[in-house]
Design a protein around this ligand. Structure first.
Ligand SMILES: *Cc1c(COP(=O)(O)O)cnc(C)c1O
Length: 456
């Protein structure tokens, strides 16, 4: 039975509370109900289509309703939909553990499953704290993170992160943490000096350092220079600090490689994966760790070494089954060269549509991750928009009429296509976005009375 869309809209407006959303603003617009999707296209109840330029919250790899993933899911559904993973196992989870150990750096062979990114970060944090207690270093309980980092919205993850707009309200309850400054453009010396300063002062008391390697996605695609991850890893090793790499965004094909850590030649002590782990099908996350850390927790029950942490839906059979198929398909996409070709075409398209766009102040792009910073134009009297005007967010609403879904934060538009996007779709995405920026910002500038002398 299909329910009338007006009734659904009313129910959404009367009873829902959406994440990261100012509901007053949300209620001012008619809700958009996505009813079905295929490939890179989402469809609403009226049959209008939208190109998924946001990869459905950065999760989608092979497109929506992918035949092979659907079949894997349906097959698993016929066998087992959920069981306990506490002291039981099931075939899909064991297969996924094996698969993850095969793609992870040598020695990072133990998988601990949860069901979202923040929880995979919490897991690394608690494992690290307990490891240091179990090995006679109970003083090691500080966290180090990097400026602008984002690791999720639970308290441990917020403490490791440095996302003040989102988290400052809760900062009084954070765990003790220090943050070093991020590299700027190609200069990592200031950042590493700042890290050295922290390590000299607090290294003995520090348990773990969290880093989103290569690209800080949620911050707005801030890029790190070549060699930076390795330099951080060396410092962690020298100071006996665990290195946790948060590849929740960058891992599994986003930057053109299976994993950033293997590409950078770094073996962390913890590796967090989630967003793309099931190719955008079901919630699943994993914290991979080393045999050394795992071994420290072994003992008689009475010794109290057990890791008392877990979630009800850990290693859910449906999610793990679809994840196995997802990784199998991703391996083919990488080995055939298709993924790198998509990344190259995306990079070229972004460059040709946006690098000289009159309302684009700067572009940050690596792999299939891109941030476009907007401004009123070089000839305008004002060099920037007021962040509270939320230009990028309003532009993303405007883009819906151009059949494109993107996310905008502050003055920055984020473009994160599914890894399977075709050249034609990438070109459509860039062209529509470029046109929308011109039309929309012209309108904004005109309405606000800023003087503008650009002809486009
Ligand atoms: C999305 C994200 C998280 C949090 O994952 P959730 O599943 O939303 O809790 C953590 N780190 C990074 C880099 C992310 O992009």
């Amino acid at each position: 039975m299909t329910i009338d869309i007006n009734i659904l809209n009313n129910w959404d407006q009367a009873y829902s509370w959406h994440p990261f959303t100012q509901m007053k603003e949300y209620l001012a617009h008619k809700p958009l109900h996505i009813t079905h999707a295929k490939g890179c296209w989402l469809y609403d109840n009226e049959g209008r289509r939208y190109l998924d330029g946001n990869a459905s919250n950065w999760t989608n790899i092979h497109g929506h309703s992918d035949q092979a993933l659907n079949e894997a899911l349906i097959q698993q559904l016929g066998n087992l939909q959920q069981s306990s993973y506490k002291d039981l196992s099931h075939p899909a989870a064991s297969q996924l553990c094996h698969e993850l150990a095969s793609i992870a750096p040598e020695g990072l062979n133990r998988s601990f499953f949860t069901d979202n990114g923040a929880c995979s970060v919490e897991t690394a944090l608690k494992m690290s704290f307990q490891y240091w207690q179990l090995t006679g270093n109970p003083q090691k309980k500080l966290i180090i993170g990097m400026e602008g980092g984002y690791h999720g919205d639970t308290f441990g993850a917020m403490s490791a992160g440095n996302s003040l707009t989102f988290h400052q309200r809760f900062s009084e309850c954070f765990l003790p943490a220090h943050h070093f400054i991020a590299p700027q453009h190609n200069d990592m010396s200031k950042s590493l000096n700042d890290l050295d300063r922290l390590l000299d002062a607090y290294g003995d008391q520090t348990a773990i350092l969290f880093l989103e390697p290569s690209v800080q996605g949620p911050r707005g695609m801030y890029l790190q220079p070549q060699g930076f991850v390795q330099a951080v890893a060396e410092r962690c090793q020298a100071h006996h600090i665990h290195l946790a790499l948060d590849e929740i965004f960058v891992g599994l094909g986003r930057l053109g490689h299976m994993l950033v850590c293997t590409h950078e030649g770094v073996r962390p002590d913890f590796l967090c994966l989630s967003k793309t782990l099931t190719g955008g099908y079901l919630p699943l996350a994993v914290t991979l760790t080393t045999q050394t850390i795992y071994d420290a927790f072994l003992g008689e029950f009475s010794e109290g070494k057990t890791f008392f942490h877990g979630h009800t839906f850990a290693a859910n059979p449906l999610a793990t089954a679809v994840s196995v198929k997802n990784i199998e398909k991703l391996k083919q996409r990488i080995e055939s060269g298709a993924l790198l070709r998509t990344c190259e075409f995306f990079g070229k398209s972004i460059d040709s549509y946006f690098s000289k766009h009159p309302f684009v102040k700067s572009v940050r792009q690596r792999g299939l991750a891109c941030a476009i910073e907007l401004y009123p134009g070089s000839k305008s009297t004002s060099q920037t928009f007021n962040p509270n005007d939320r230009v990028a967010h309003h532009l993303s609403l405007y883009l819906r009429d151009k059949e494109v879904l993107l996310r905008g934060v502050g003055n920055t538009l984020l473009i994160v296509p599914p890894q399977c996007m075709t050249d034609f779709e990438i070109d459509f995405l860039c062209r529509q976005t470029s046109t929308a920026i011109s039309e929309y910002i012209h309108g904004v500038v005109r309405r606000s009375g800023m003087s503008l002398s650009i002809a486009i």
